[in-house]
Design a protein around this ligand. Structure first.
Ligand code: M6R
Length: 610
């Protein structure tokens, strides 16, 4: 979703802003722009489309600006075009700003500002902020205070950066519901919506919290609440490295992230398994484990791929903890006045830790007094900080918009939580040890599957022009069917649906003919025979069957047109393996269709609006 970057210091801001915006491209956007102060004069340049286009328009040596801000916009109010792109300015053009988030009361503010004579040029919600601040500046109020006063009238969410040419030695930044971080350099400061934009320059950062506003100068910064209270901010050292956010020799981030899953899963496991005790140690939730193990009800809340991880978590909790478990879309949970008891455990799963619906659901659950646990990838993200406690999945930065390694790391952490809680309950030492033993083999098994990617690529070549796909699985592999379909939809724009395999005959079977590829996730487990019956039903209708099958399944070839083999493991860990071929299949189909897999159309990496 939208990205923010800013610089103030003695260097030229232009290359820093362009480089920073390129680092944020993965979030998804449709227009880009920069605002600079050149000899204290405001210059705003923006365009529809890519940052590379903006770079050409700004030029590399045309401007020297000691202060500037840059933005990538993902359209919400008003179509993606140059006028709606950020920065937005006041009427005189001496104030310009960039904004992530949504101003909910923009219509009433716009009407009231229009009555005062303000003329609007864009269709955006953001433009009201520029005019509103201007209305306070006109009363001879300084910029920092004018911003705080304007924000006290604004409802909605924002990450904001503002420059005023009459006070050229500062950037004002503000946050509510949309992340913003200040980077500390040597006699210079940066701002960004995401630390990956700052990593090339500094590792010392300060996270702004909701309701905070900062005045940032080259030499330092001052943070206050909107209500003018001073705040002391803590400096955090980022551990992420530049190598981690580069493509590392792969053509795309998505392929790199698929291929690095043996390591990312290993990182999720690192130091957390205790083989001799047949359990797992998860520092972040150690003191909550008894509550989790004995709670009356567990609820997983998330969106998209993270929601699919929650569905797998439901199977794990019910199998090993025997706790009634529900899985809720965060967007539904937050608005239906959920019934929450103090004995409940609510788990919020989010790669980015910034998904607006999941964050709002968390705040609602906290308000109602449940134990709220975060399962996040991005360290220091809003959900990680707002949760009572939680576990990081340690997948490393995920740049490709389609989530891959974060999903398998989420499954890994969910299995670790299940194991640790089950060992506080009924699970025996022997059973715990058997799970730990299997866990330790998973990274190698993932490697084995990845080594067959050529074969998956060949299957992708055959089906790249299909217009529909069905994904079917049972038990633990039903959520994997949903995830396989989502991956394909997201990056190849092929319509795909996931179903529990047995549901097929209640409707989707009507779609099956010789043009319909049907992916069956059919490892040898307790539902194997049933799945074989479902495969035969599709075969009888001339559907094209691609089966994800166990390495030792010597009959599957009789039924399926194409078979991708996976090693055996226990049921709980099987989804970590079965999803890998589906990620590869979606990836190769999209690449063969000539599509941009890292930044698929209309999608954003981190969905920070409702
Ligand atoms: O950052 P989150 O895990 O909270 O994101 C949730 C979804 O937006 C995300 O999983 C989305 O569905 C991905 N594009 C899936 O590949």
């Amino acid at each position: 979703m939208c990205g923010i970057v800013g610089y103030i210091g003695s260097k030229n801001a232009v290359p820093i802003l362009i480089e920073g915006l390129k680092r944020l491209e993965y979030r998804g956007y449709d227009s880009a722009g920069v605002g600079l102060l050149v000899d204290q004069k405001p210059i705003v340049i923006k365009n529809k489309g890519k940052v590379s286009e903006l770079e050409k328009r700004v030029g590399t040596n045309v401007y020297t600006a000691p202060v500037g801000i840059g933005h990538t916009r993902w359209a919400t109010h008003g179509e993606p075009n140059e006028t709606n792109a950020h920065p937005h300015t006041n009427t005189t053009g001496d104030l310009f700003l960039i904004h992530n988030g949504i101003i909910e009361n923009f219509q009433s503010l716009r009407t009231s500002l229009q009555k005062q004579g303000y003329k609007f040029v864009s269709e955006t919600d953001t433009e009201v902020i520029a005019h509103l601040i201007d209305s306070f500046l006109k009363k001879d109020i300084d910029l920092f205070k004018a911003v705080r006063l304007a924000l006290s009238e604004i409802e909605g969410t924002y990450g904001l950066a503002i420059i005023y040419s009459k006070e050229p030695d500062r950037i004002i930044a503000a946050r509510k519901g949309s992340p913003l971080v200040i980077g500390i350099g040597d006699h210079e400061h940066y701002i960004a919506s995401d630390v990956s934009a700052l990593l090339a320059y500094t590792k010392q950062v300060v996270y702004l919290e909701d309701g905070e506003v900062a005045e940032i100068r080259a030499e330092g910064f001052l943070a206050k609440t909107i209500l003018d209270e001073d705040i002391i901010k803590e400096v955090t050292e980022i551990s992420m490295t530049m190598e981690e956010i580069d493509k590392g020799g792969y053509e795309t981030f998505m392929l790199k992230e698929i291929m690095e899953q043996p390591e990312s899963i290993q990182n999720s496991l690192r130091g957390r398994l205790i083989p001799e005790e047949g359990t797992a140690k998860l520092g972040g939730i150690e003191s909550e484990l008894v509550h989790i193990a004995r709670c009356k009800r567990a609820v997983f809340t998330a969106c998209g791929t993270s929601w699919h991880a929650g569905l797998v978590g439901e199977y794990m909790f019910e199998q090993f903890l025997r706790i009634p478990t529900e899985v809720e879309y965060a967007s539904e949970f937050r608005y239906r006045n959920p019934i929450i008891q103090p004995e409940d455990t609510i788990l919020f799963i989010s790669q980015s830790g910034e998904t607006a619906d999941t964050l709002a659901a968390l705040k609602e659950a906290k308000r109602k007094g449940a134990l709220c646990l975060g399962i996040c990838n991005v360290v220091g993200s809003s959900i990680a900080r707002e949760s009572d406690s939680g576990v990081y999945i340690h997948a490393g930065p995920e740049i490709g918009v389609a989530s891959t390694k974060a999903f398998t790391a989420q499954l890994t952490v969910l299995a670790l939580i299940t194991l640790a809680a089950a060992r506080k309950r009924d699970m025996s030492l022997a059973d715990g040890k058997a799970i730990v033993e299997e866990f330790l083999k998973i990274p190698e098994k993932v490697k084995t599957i990845l080594s067959q990617r050529k074969q998956v690529e060949e299957i992708a070549e055959i089906f790249k022009d299909a217009t529909n796909f069905l994904y079917l699985g049972r038990g633990y592999n039903f959520p994997v069917a949903l995830e396989g379909a989502l991956k394909l939809k997201e990056i190849s724009y092929i319509h795909a649906e996931g179903y529990p395999a047995a549901e097929m005959k209640h409707g989707p079977i009507a779609l099956v003919d010789e043009n319909m590829p049907v992916v069956f996730i059919a490892p040898k487990d307790s539902t194997y025979d049933k799945i074989i019956s479902n495969i035969q039903e599709v075969r009888a209708r001339r559907g094209n069957i691609i089966a994800i099958a166990s390495e030792d399944d010597d009959v599957i070839e009789k039924y399926a047109n194409y078979v991708i083999r996976i090693p055996n493991t226990i049921r709980m860990l099987m989804p970590i393996l079965t999803v890998i071929p589906l990620q590869l299949l979606a990836y190769y189909i999209a690449v063969k269709k000539g599509l941009n897999v890292d930044q698929p159309r209309n999608l954003a990496k981190s969905v920070t609006v409702e």
